[in-house]
Design a protein around this ligand. Sequence first.
Ligand code: BES
Ligand code: MN
Ligand code: ZN
Length: 488
Amino acid sequence: MTTPAEIQFKDVDLDAVATITGKLAVFVGDNGKLDAGARKVNTLTRKALTRFVESEKFEKMSTGDVAAINFPVGLAAETVLVAKLSRRPSTEEARKAGAKLAKAQGDEDLTVLAGNIARADEIALGLALRGYKFDTHKTGDKTPAGAVTFMVSNPEEVAKSAAPMAAIAEGVFFTRDLTNEPANVLTTDDFAARLAAMHELGLEVEILEEDDLERLGMGSLLCVGQGSDSPSKIVVMSWNGGGDEAPFALVGKGVVFDTGGISLKTAAGMEDMTMDMGGAGVVAGVMRTLALRKAKANVVGLVGLVENMPSGNAVRPGDVVKSMKGDTIEVINTDAEGRLVLADVMWYAQERFKPVGMINLATLTGAILVALGHENAGVFSNSDELSESFIKAASLEGEGAWRMPMGKAYDDLLKSRIADMKNIGGRVAGSITAAQFLQRFVKDDVPWCHLDIAGVASVKSETALAPAGATGWGVMALNRLIADKFEG
Ligand code: BES
Ligand code: MN
Ligand code: ZN
């Protein structure tokens, strides 16, 4: 497992600045004002910072940007990193500054002269998140990550406010690791074992095997995995930190690989379907964060783990299957498999836990990429209240989310000649008809959101807080939603 850099918070020792090795970071206000640490570095370097601040380069930097001054005179450090940051940065600006420091850090040790800068905890979170590297499958020498030390005027206080941030970073890293992992490593068995290991953190973890799912009548979920040699499973993770109230439910699509099945996908880009368990990955990451920060809330996370493969016993287009709810489904396209999995997991979650609300996450449709690109997840909901509070939490965390419409006319597109419904709606409004399909398995009195994360779960080029690959989108938004809703 990849773990975030452990960040030390220490007292400021300006007398030590000259002898600190590795990289040294200082902060300069938008107005060019040097704080105490920067002033010390300026004196030692015979006014290198004054010259820098007066340069056009500094003027062109926006808040949160970082520039490097290499091999400065008067310091043992090989580089001074100058972060431009306003005195009262927003969360996003503070995290961005931290992320840019992580990028500039490379493999060296980094000492951040933070003094009494505002949002040192958020700067540290940005640094930790952008420091993620998925190199488990690279052989050869791996340089260990450099150490990170913050020199702050109030180390105990900052360490305390940074503790929940460390829990967030670890949850995000867990999601990214799961989502980046190739499908020959992250099989359904391996995935379940990684979740079971979270028992150590105080989570209750239960695994439902294929015979259990058969007994529950989950013909919809089971048909997806029936062509694979890997057994289908549901994993239930419970965090009970909040007394006796009914829990909030999170449900994730965990297709460890999606070939499309008999409705086989084309070769180009099929390797990306290792990330088709991204929804389950987010659920797992949120549960990890909640456990690590001992959240005062009751949350249950359920993931449906299956592999969608073509084979002699795979489900065929035209087959009719029966869901746990009892509704029958005509499988028109075996590549619309995520909704078949979620239908049974969501129904089970509601029957067993009577949740106060439910959010499901899924890399569900390519159509959401066409609509929203990599900037926003699609939000589909039967509740203005829940969807608005989720979108607000996401926006505060810098995670894009956009509400999409639903309605009866879309639902009508799912009518089947021979069964209760088809699993696809046709060519138009593909993301919406997928959401309508899911809503058929949501009880009327359960506030519910479906998050289509096909565009945001994994990206080809780096984002502000993540290198290319899995982003961990949604862990921070859901963690905040739960904190605001149940721990306020
Ligand atoms: N896992 C895919 C959706 C997807 C596509 C995720 C691209 C990430 C990137 C999903 O199972 C799928 O194949 N959906 C089909 C549905 C169609 C058959 C109605 C799609 O989007 O093409
Ligand atoms: Mn598919
Ligand atoms: Zn899929």
